[in-house]
Design a binder for this molecule. Structure first.
Ligand SMILES: NC(=O)CC[C@H](N)C(=O)O
Length: 355
């Protein structure tokens, strides 16, 4: 079946529908990872986004139950050059077509993703629509113009209730702004008892669990859309060790008085080099973010830059000068991506020991 991808600037791509049929509007972003598409489409941080994969063949090893980063996908749709109709892998349980259809996610293939990505790099990420509707382009475009993108993604993807995984190690409250499963796995692997709480849990409620540490998860959207979470973090600073990842990093920075801004086309991929300033070492990292902490805004805060992106020099990590709190913009939990950065979870464990 024919499908079309429309961009807000009027560009129209014609391709083939796979996954669910229908229509979906979101922000068109691109990811340069060569593998890991299952972890990417199930990463809740993509809520509200239409993901373009720059790698030209997607779906070739299928989908399985183990590689999900959340129970259901939250992205708005998937744009690929070619989707594999037959998956070949001993772990494969479902084809990409069946899997996306089951989760009501629209896909479009046969797209010149190289041209699309160049467009986004030149003009920035933009609103777009994937549709299987046969309506004229003008009708579709005016609907695209009239639809505003939602700003409540964190509320959409965060847990609605507290969930506790008992264990015999440190007790960590994981604030779920849209947490990937692998953050939970990394903590459990280090024997932590993990208490997952909704994004809008207050500092008082979090402290009632008497945590040894608080983990601020990744999550979708603009960090400024969740001021209640920023306020909660302010109430936790200095009372308990804090480790933030991606959205958690941006929220910790806002809580300390820094500012965030939107990048032109973001960082999404599995091979972004990052330098740790304390050691001068470079690490390969997995990334997925459209916003970043503004460097100049750190000047009057108690935060210092700990990591920088080697591609564009933007901030990839901060640490508090006096209190036990640090965070990174990238994904040390990988999944998908390089395993180089697991040491940050060990650093968090050490920080909790010293509490
Ligand atoms: N992966 C994340 O947590 C992303 C954080 C934020 N939504 C951004 O795009 O910058």
């Amino acid at each position: 079946m024919k499908a079309r991808l429309l961009l807000i600037d009027g560009t129209v791509f014609t391709g083939t529908s796979f996954g669910a049929t229908g229509e979906s509007i979101g922000e068109v972003v691109f990811n340069t990872s060569m593998t890991g598409y299952q972890e990417i489409v199930t990463d809740p941080s993509y809520c509200g986004e239409l993901i373009t994969m720059t790698y030209p063949l997607i779906g070739n090893y299928g989908f399985n139950r183990e590689d999900n980063e959340s129970l259901t996908p939250h992205c708005q749709g998937l744009i690929v050059r070619e989707h594999a109709e037959y998956a070949s892998n001993w772990r494969n349980e479902q084809s990409i077509d069946e899997w996306l259809a089951m989760h009501h996610i629209v896909g479009i293939s046969g797209i010149d993703t190289r041209m699309l990505t160049r467009k986004i790099r030149i003009h920035g990420t933009m609103k777009g629509m994937i549709t299987t509707s046969e309506e004229p382009v003008e009708v579709l475009l005016s609907r695209l113009q009239d639809t505003s993108l939602r700003t409540d993604q964190v509320a959409q993807v965060s847990t609605k209730s507290v969930q506790i995984s008992p264990n015999n190690g440190k007790r960590v409250v994981l604030v779920d702004y849209g947490a990937k499963h692998n953050i939970h796995r990394e903590l459990v692997e280090r024997d932590c008892e993990v208490v997952v709480v909704p994004y809008n849990t207050t500092a008082e409620e979090i402290l009632k669990y008497q945590p040894d540490g608080v983990m601020l998860s990744n999550g979708p959207g603009d960090p400024k859309d969740v001021p209640e979470s920023v306020q909660a973090i302010q109430g936790l600073l200095g009372k308990v060790p804090i480790f933030g990842i991606c959205l958690g990093h941006q929220l910790l920075s806002l809580a300390c008085g820094a500012d965030t801004e939107k990048l032109k086309f973001g960082h999404r991929g599995g091979n972004h080099p990052v330098k740790e300033l304390a050691t001068g070492r470079s690490y390969l990292t997995a990334q997925n973010h459209g916003y970043v902490v503004r460097e100049a805004s750190l000047e009057h805060t108690a935060l210092r830059v700990s990591h920088v992106a080697l591609n564009d020099g933007t901030i990839e990590g901060v640490e508090h000068k006096e209190l036990p709190a640090f965070s990174v913009q990238y994904h040390p939990e990988s999944a998908p991506g390089p395993l180089d950065n697991g040491y940050l979870f060990d650093r968090f464990m050490t920080m909790m020991e010293g509490k």
